[in-house]
Design a binder for this molecule. Structure first.
Ligand code: P1T
Length: 384
């Protein structure tokens, strides 16, 4: 059976992969080389220089394309480098409509880097499609959707956005970092570009920083590959290998992240000291119906606010956790806790982040794959 016809879990292991041609090694070798011998100028075995291509990176890119149901994938040195490449498709005067709740680093590169090159960004609550429509004009080129959003877990209807994008000849890019392709595959729902911080669930072990783009369209892939090579923000072969190894267990890890996420979300919701819990699996989550339709489960990312919503209380809770580690990032096997206002979203001005709900009292959890009893006990003692 062709490997791209396999079901999802099998594709995480076999998608786009063949035993190495030289010696049949089952895992691709880590090709630690910057360059490749040529017998005469231009005569080579498919590789010239490792900024342009590297066989270990190719193996990862083929795996990424397979699990995201795309035709082409490109790996970058970080998630931010992947986002950078997408925005470099645009020209001065072009406009982007983005989710209003999104990773602080994405907000930063949009407003502090690309705004200076004449690209205009609108941050819009995309749960309301009319709000998005209001911002479309002749200069609009791209819809940037993060779903679920970081850190408030809004779920945006990718199919509805793709219909809107097609009606208006816009590109639709989806940051699929929080869901991972185990939970949702945006290209199947009509997106043009899927973006990942593979640093998170794809790598899965908090040991590598890497980014990815996956697309269907060959012309778009060529434009992005040109930017990838011209700008040069590519991952090294060891990092490509680590993410490829991570992907092979994505499905089993995600299954446990979802199980533990469900248990932790329910515990927090039932806790007398908790004011609000953000998790798309709750039937009263404002986007639960969309989440049920476009996601296969609800994931392990949860945010919450204590009844004492002060900065001091949030800091005291995250500082007294023992099994959860207080750290930036998410998606690894170990549980992490974060304080978005002072950590991952500190680059968003206070008035802007508070408008969307990223308040000083908000705490974000990346629920790992430990025994859930230990996670609950840790949260119980930290909440007091
Ligand atoms: O860190 P990097 O691999 O460059 O990816 C950036 C990025 C892009 N998109 C989303 C949704 C993200 O969450 C991130 C990185 N986020 C964190 C480090 C964090 O703790 O939220």
């Amino acid at each position: 059976m062709a490997k791209d016809k396999l079901k999802f879990n099998s594709r995480t292991i076999h998608g786009g992969q063949e035993p190495d041609k030289a010696y049949g090694s089952v895992m691709p070798p880590v090709y630690l080389t910057s360059t490749y011998a040529q017998s005469k100028p231009g005569a080579h075995l498919g590789y010239e220089y490792s900024r342009s291509h590297n066989p270990t990176r190719t193996a990862l890119e083929q795996s990424l394309a397979s699990i995201e149901s795309g035709n082409h994938a490109l790996a970058f040195a970080s998630g931010m480098a992947a986002i950078d490449a997408v925005i470099k498709l645009l020209s001065p005067g072009d406009e982007v409509i983005s989710t209003n709740d999104l990773y602080g680093g994405t907000y930063r590169i949009f407003t502090k880097v690309f705004a200076h090159y004449g690209v205009k960004f609108h941050f819009v609550p995309m749960g309301d499609i009319d709000e998005v429509k209001k911002h479309i004009n002749n200069n609009t080129k791209l819809l940037w959707v993060e779903t679920p959003t970081n850190p408030l877990m809004q779920v945006i209807d990718i199919k509805a956005m793709s219909i809107l994008a097609k009606e208006n000849q816009l590109m639709l890019a989806v940051d699929n970092t929080f869901a991972s392709p185990y939970l949702q595959r945006p290209l199947e729902l009509g997106a043009d570009i899927v973006m990942h911080s593979a640093t998170k669930y794809l790598g899965g072990h908090s040991d590598v920083v890497l980014g990815a783009l996956v697309v269907h369209d060959s012309e778009l892939a060529n434009r992005l590959a040109f930017i990838q090579n011209a700008s040069g923000a590519v991952p090294g072969p060891m990092d490509a290998f680590l993410v490829l190894r991570g992907i092979k267990t994505l499905h089993v890890r995600m299954q446990r992240h979802c199980e533990n996420g469900r248990i932790v979300a329910a515990f927090l919701k039932g806790h007398p000291q908790i004011q609000k819990v953000y998790w798309p699996g709750f039937s009263d989550h404002p986007n639960h119906e969309v989440a049920k339709t476009q996601m296969d489960d609800f994931g392990g990312m949860i945010s919450f606010v204590h009844k004492d919503s002060s900065l001091e209380k949030a800091v005291s809770i995250v500082s007294s956790l023992n099994v959860f580690t207080l750290a930036e990032s998410l998606g690894g096997v170990e549980s992490l806790a974060g304080h978005p206002a002072s950590m991952t979203h500190a680059s968003i001005p206070k008035e802007e982040r508070e408008k969307t709900g990223v308040t000083d009292g908000l705490i974000r959890l990346s629920v790992g794959i430990e025994d859930s009893e230990d996670l609950i006990a840790d949260l119980a003692q930290a909440l007091g």
